[in-house]
Design a protein around this ligand. Structure first.
Ligand code: SF4
Length: 473
């Protein structure tokens, strides 16, 4: 069949396996690559994809009448974190918010008219920047506008999430957000060490985060996520262990633990960080500490930097084989069409991805001209569909049964991916994956490197754009 070793047993569901860390393998496979929140990734979006392409995809979607998902981007932050690589505008001028919200209202109405008003809103995520840069009145007006166009759930059966900054959203704001229907919260924590917080220009003492978390719990948020970052200045396994002590004590339902990607040529503010950043082996030590501490505390490793408590929906969905991956990471909701609203927001409609204009001026100009703000995108071809399915299954389930892809796409897996299976030889020899006649399974030492495995199936992996991605660690 192919030059790779054939294992005697069929592939099993890998997430039950323990997570293993091999510092040597981590550094050997510390290569650049996408995080595969989409496939093709945004690096492959084209400028010749425009409003008419989007309108065609939207018309198709409208005919299905299926539930939709909505991502709303608020690009403003009133202070800058030096490690940040997000699309944001740093300003203290709240007047920006009025002008922006006005355009969001127009865009929501136009999107609904194209995609069909009255569709159920199964999932909503507000990200940024800092969504809570907007006042509660502005947030309320936008929720009202969304509620007029789409059918929002009022019984928490849908997932409505918002990223908040505890420095600007106190307990009163948290209660107000809950009353508006948000039921999931994501808090940027990064590290509780005061020395690290000062170096990254994000000072938020533990007490502040605790107060936010307490408020979220007392008013009924279903799930709280903490973002943590390793690889920041002054971090050591010992110092980060103290942060993990605090995190484990607070017990958020989900954790996103990102590796800091130092790309000062692309993100100028990163040049403000002290020079002494943890090197590769030090980062591997940090990662070892993180995995050991979190798994010992009972968290389940979901994949790609995400951990969840075993009773959280993410862990349950992974165990049930119903996990999905989208622009916000992992999701328990079926793959529905995603409407992206706001500057630089990305949507996924039918067989297309589309991204809005990436500057405030171009976004405003497009909306003021009476249309949408689609600036680029991509329409998937048949090969993209097949590879998206393969990569998504690997990222979500750490395993792939060839027959499931064959049935879904009417191909012979081994013939279609003969080259890719051949390329797996090194990964197999290094114990990252096991391949047999029925499928492929990511082994414990490969689970932290799953995007390296997924990358083998990426048709664009050798493109110049991909080389600009952050490394695995
Ligand atoms: S990390 Fe978040 S809050 Fe900080 S500058 Fe970036 S987008 Fe703004």
């Amino acid at each position: 069949m192919n030059p790779i070793p054939i294992l005697p047993t069929p592939c099993a569901n890998a997430p039950d396996d323990p997570l293993a860390i091999d510092a040597h393998l981590l550094s050997r496979y510390d290569i650049s690559g996408p995080r595969y929140t989409s496939y093709p990734t945004a690096l492959q979006f084209r400028d010749d994809f425009g409003a008419s392409d989007y309108a065609r995809a939207a018309a198709q979607s409208k005919r299905t009448g299926k539930p939709v998902s909505l991502y709303l981007h608020v690009p403003f932050c009133d202070t800058v974190c030096f490690y940040c690589a997000c699309t944001k505008i740093v300003t203290n001028n709240r007047a920006h918010a009025d002008a922006y919200v006005q355009r969001l209202h127009a865009e929501i109405a136009r999107q609904a008219s194209l995609l069909g008003a009255g569709r159920a809103l199964a999932q909503m995520h507000w990200g940024g920047g800092t969504p809570t840069f907007l006042s509660l009145e502005q947030i309320t007006s936008l929720i009202d506008a969304i509620g007029r166009q789409f059918v929002m759930s009022h019984d928490d059966s849908a997932e409505y999430a918002i990223e908040i900054d505890p420095r600007s959203a106190g307990p009163a704001s948290i209660r107000a957000l809950r009353a508006l229907g948000f039921n999931r919260l994501s808090i940027g924590v990064q590290d509780f060490d005061p020395r690290v917080q000062e170096a990254i220009h994000r000072v938020q003492p533990r007490g502040l985060v605790e107060a936010t978390l307490d408020a979220a719990r007392s008013c009924g948020f279903k799930s709280v996520n903490f973002d943590l970052i390793y690889g920041l200045p002054h971090q050591t396994p010992e110092s980060f262990s103290n942060t993990l002590d605090a995190v484990i004590e607070m017990a958020p339902e989900r954790l996103s633990v990102f590796s800091y990607a130092h790309l000062p040529q692309q993100f100028k503010m990163q040049r403000c960080l002290p020079d002494a950043l943890p090197d590769g082996p030090q980062k591997a030590g940090l990662l070892q500490t993180i995995v050991a501490r979190l798994t010992a505390a009972g968290y389940v490793y979901i994949g790609m930097d995400h951990f969840a408590r075993p009773d959280d929906e993410l862990a349950l969905a992974q165990a049930a084989g119903t996990l999905h991956r989208n622009f916000q990471g992992y999701s328990t909701r079926a793959d529905c069409d995603l409407i992206g609203v706001g500057m630089s927001a990305i949507g996924r409609i039918g067989d297309s991805y589309a991204q809005n204009a990436k500057t405030l001026k171009t976004y405003y100009d497009a909306i003021d001209a009476g249309g949408l703000a689609i600036a680029r995108g991509v329409r998937l071809n048949q090969d993209d569909h097949i590879r998206r399915d393969v990569i998504s299954r690997l990222m979500c389930h750490m395993a792939l049964e060839f027959s499931s892809i064959e049935q879904a796409h009417d191909i012979d897996f081994v013939s279609y991916f003969a080259g890719e299976l051949g390329e797996m030889a090194d990964l197999v020899a290094d114990g990252l994956v096991a391949v047999d006649a029925h499928g492929l399974r990511v082994l414990p030492p490969g689970r932290l490197l799953v995007r390296v495995v997924a990358q083998v199936f990426d048709a664009y992996r050798r493109s110049a754009a991909n080389a600009r991605c952050a490394k695995v660690m």
